[in-house]
Design a protein around this ligand. Structure first.
Ligand SMILES: Nc1ncnc2c1ncn2[C@@H]1O[C@H](COP(=O)(O)OP(=O)(O)O)[C@@H](O)[C@H]1O
Ligand SMILES: O=P(O)(O)O[C@H]1O[C@H](CO)[C@@H](O[C@H]2O[C@H](CO)[C@@H](O)[C@H](O)[C@H]2O)[C@H](O)[C@H]1O
Length: 462
């Protein structure tokens, strides 16, 4: 194998965003492009650095997964990077650094987003698209956000309002719903999303399409809300102390309903047809089958789960619309001035993008957040097995009920006993079992306990 690909293939499996945990990638180089710095941005350390973004397909996955890997290549003796951010040395004397951790890449990225322009490679173009509401800090320094992310986000701080730029690691054809939905919501004046700053789109080779190329999103930037915490941390702290979270959960339910109503205005809605309902039920069954293969313990619940899914098909379904798609407490920020603000409208990373961009059930988001309150209780129990189970369970029950109340009051008439909500909550727990088994095996007990409970007692706020 080419030494560049060998170097990337050895490094990728250690990255949080790498999808095929436990299996090394089987890489094909799809394309690349180089970013440049303007003379004003050029610093001494950048002389001789090459800022190249590789597009590589992992053909060991079915279907193949396309990854975006920005790399800064430097002469080894000049490298001053943290060893954790060094990819390797494809040829003696040259070192690859994980681009987002290198200031040269960070500066070039911000430049492309804020000033526009293009960067070219073989059959490939990356185009910067500044938003009309844009504006980036001057003399900015960057840092990479730490934590369990599917993508890699850089924060730019300097003179002016800070910006967060998310570099998509897995690429897909089409406008990323993260950009599409947040820009549309911002356009309605919604207070529940950050101000968009710009994005990068690209065209790259794709042998499977008639054109031979596809177009899609590479990165997006938005206002960074400094000093805010995500709702996961806020809720975790409240639950650990036993603080009443009902008002906060109710306000989150209201904000969620407002976002759903705005999305239903901005994008087409669709009636759920019989064929569509059956196709959705088939995805539930398929997900359960995958989960059984990866977490064999859940096989005992198969028949009871099928019954929960069947009941959901016996009742009318609301119209389908665009939704958040992977709604949990970690996707919501708490701003003391602006209330609940939602990010990451990309949908579930384990779901094919073609499904994620279709109109869907708004109740899927409600189910996701209900699961997240249960996760708060579950993670506190994992951290401290001596903690009172009753106390954390009752905290989660109150938060779930208040969230649903807040949602129903604004979205109109949600019945929390709707069998569809029960099926969607069970399906989300099954998704989580797969997700945890692949990414955080010590957490798998949380969704497993939920699955056992939800097939016995599928009542979201009982
Ligand atoms: N505009 C923002 N302001 C402040 N923090 C943000 C902003 N956007 C994202 N974050 C933080 O970054 C985390 C990861 O962002 P997210 O969009 O969920 O990335 P990923 O797709 O990698 O999961 C969020 O949970 C949040 O804590
Ligand atoms: O990376 P994403 O934010 O797109 O989402 C993925 O990772 C999440 C974990 O960080 C995962 O969420 C699960 O764990 C959360 C606590 O860390 C919990 O609040 C969620 O309810 C639970 O689903 C999410 O499912 C996954 O898609």
């Amino acid at each position: 194998m080419d030494s560049t690909l060998a170097c990337l293939a050895a490094w990728m499996p250690r990255q949080r965003w790498y999808a095929a945990k436990g299996r090394p990638p089987s890489l094909r180089l799809v394309s690349w492009w180089d970013l440049t710095l303007g003379s004003g941005d050029l610093e001494d350390v950048d002389a001789g650095a090459r800022i190249r973004t590789f597009l590589v397909a992992d053909e060991g996955a079915l279907p193949a997964v396309l990854y975006q890997i920005p790399v800064v290549e430097r002469a080894t003796e000049t490298v001053d990077a943290d060893p954790d951010h060094v990819i390797g040395s494809p040829v003696p004397g040259t070192t690859f650094i994980d681009g987002p951790f290198d200031p040269a890449y960070a500066r070039a990225l911000l430049r492309l987003i804020s000033l526009g322009g293009t960067a070219d490679g073989p059959q490939t173009t990356a185009i910067g698209r500044p938003a009309s509401s844009g504006g980036v800090p001057e003399h900015a320094t960057s840092r990479v956000i730490s934590g369990e992310q599917s993508n890699t986000s850089l924060i730019f701080e300097g003179d002016g309002a800070p910006v967060i730029c998310k570099v998509y690691r897995q690429l897909h054809a089409g406008l990323n719903p993260d950009i599409e939905l947040q820009e549309a919501l911002a356009g309605t004046g919604s207070p529940h999303v950050p101000r968009p700053v710009g994005s990068i789109e690209g065209t790259w080779p794709d042998l499977a399409t008639a054109h031979g190329t596809v177009h899609g999103s590479l990165a997006c930037a938005q206002e960074f809300l400094p000093g805010v915490e995500d709702a996961w941390r806020v809720a975790l702290r409240a639950a650990a102390r036993g603080d009443d979270f009902r008002d906060a959960a109710r306000a989150l339910g209201t904000a969620t309903a407002e976002v759903h109503l705005a999305l239903a205005e901005c994008f087409p809605t669709r009636t759920a047809t019989t064929a569509g309902r059956e196709a959705t039920a088939a995805t539930w069954e398929r997900r359960f089958a995958i989960a059984m293969a990866e977490v064999p313990d859940i096989a005992d619940q198969r028949d009871a789960a099928a019954e929960v899914y069947r009941r959901a098909l016996d009742v009318p379904w609301p119209p389908l619309q665009r939704i958040h798609g992977d709604f949990h407490l970690g996707q919501v920020l708490h701003s003391p001035d602006r209330g609940w603000i939602m990010v990451d409208f990309e949908g579930e990373p384990l779901r094919p993008m073609a499904e994620r961009t279709q109109p869907d059930l708004a109740l899927r988001d409600v189910a996701g957040m209900l699961r997240s309150f249960d996760y708060v209780a579950g993670s506190l129990r994992l951290d401290d097995p001596d903690r009172s189970v009753d106390a954390v369970r009752s905290w989660a029950r109150d938060a779930r009920r208040a969230f649903v109340d807040g949602y129903a009051a604004s979205a109109g008439g949600l019945d929390p006993r709707h069998p569809l909500l029960a099926a969607l909550e069970l399906d989300k727990a099954v998704y989580e079992a797969i997700y945890e088994a692949r990414n955080r095996p010590t957490w798998v007990a949380i969704p497993l306990r939920a699955i056992a409970r939800l097939v016995e007692r599928p009542a979201p706020v009982a």
